[in-house]
Ligand binder design. Sequence first.
Ligand SMILES: C[S@@+](CC[C@H](N)C(=O)[O-])C[C@H]1O[C@@H](n2cnc3c(N)ncnc32)[C@H](O)[C@@H]1O
Ligand code: SF4
Length: 391
Amino acid sequence: MSGPVLSDFGGGPFGIYVHVPFCATRCGYCDFNTYTAGELGTSASPQSWLDALRGELATAAAQFAELPTATPEVATIFVGGGTPSLLGGAGLSSVLDAVRANFTLAATAEVTTESNPESTSPEFFERLRAAGFTRISLGMQSAAAHVLKVLDRTHTPGRAVAAAKEARAAGFDHVNLDLIYGTPGERDSDLDASLDAVLEAGVDHVSAYSLIVEDGTALARRVRRGELPAPDDDVLAARYERIDARLAAAGLTWYEVSNWAASEAAACRHNLGYWDGGDWLGAGPGAHSHVGGVRWWNIKHPARYADRVTVGGLPAAGWETLTADERYTERVMLAVRLRTGLPVEDLDPEGLAAAERVIADGLATRVADRLILTDRGRLLADGVVRQLLVP
Ligand SMILES: C[S@@+](CC[C@H](N)C(=O)[O-])C[C@H]1O[C@@H](n2cnc3c(N)ncnc32)[C@H](O)[C@@H]1O
Ligand code: SF4
């Protein structure tokens, strides 16, 4: 298959996402592209993945060098997974070295890695800080042991908070904790305990996601068999309001529907690049890229991915050039969820008329020619997007 045909960079900030496709065990709710050692057998390993990643980064850099515009400096790097912390401090330093060998990092680059609380230590964070990482994102999910059990998480309730404190002690000013709310069996008091723990950790960023029952997961099978109830929409809405109120009172303000930050500098610039239509290279198995309106997605299995890198060319499974309609849809979907909102001038006439109805329904307001969700609108963000796109 021929690879993506690129025309040029889009002119926004340029980021690099690196996908680490390894986990020690699979959490029952998760459908991310990740594999346990038992599932991979001898077909792929962290070493074969790192070798392939180096090859992909070199190929991408060479292809970008052919474009009319010089490759921009890398404004943000995000190493995600899977479980990047399974690579250890030395492995993650090698990932950053591989990026640096092929691209120029901006002096002010934001460099994040996701980490699972159980595979971190003070030495791990110190090593990452020395290597040039600037931000840590930890999967906490909950402070309640019985909720962590339903989610198949292997860490103890206190470990995520301890890890966040270790990261801060190692010099990380920017630390995020991920929460999942609405897990079957979670009570209001469990969520309160999770929020107490997040605030005690002193982090400057929180992401909170309602539990999504993804098709094909162990959780979906348990819900289908009636072993667990599906998350209830009213409960999810009430939990979201509780999270927002507690975080806002502690000085963490929402800047995207599921993300809160203690200051502008604490917001995740890498994710803002996705939401604001920036360019990014997604390297690693299954990673998605977007450069100047061309989108491609990599082969998912680590062994097939590595084979393709060896053959040459980008390891893409498919690619497409976004049409004007698709670009419009993406712009509306992503910008509406931001606190900065959607410039009304970006809406077509049908979208503008729908925006008036959304405002009349109290789901959004118009501030200085931007359409911005109200508190109630945030609870119904997906519905607002649907109304704007299919008036
Ligand atoms: C895919 S994980 C990768 C990072 C790391 N392995 C971890 O578990 O923290 C990133 C985040 O996605 C969220 N997530 C994954 N699957 C989800 C689901 N089905 N519903 C809600 N959130 C989910 C979790 O909060 C998780 O921390
Ligand atoms: S939630 Fe994180 S640790 Fe759990 S399987 Fe998914 S990527 Fe791995």
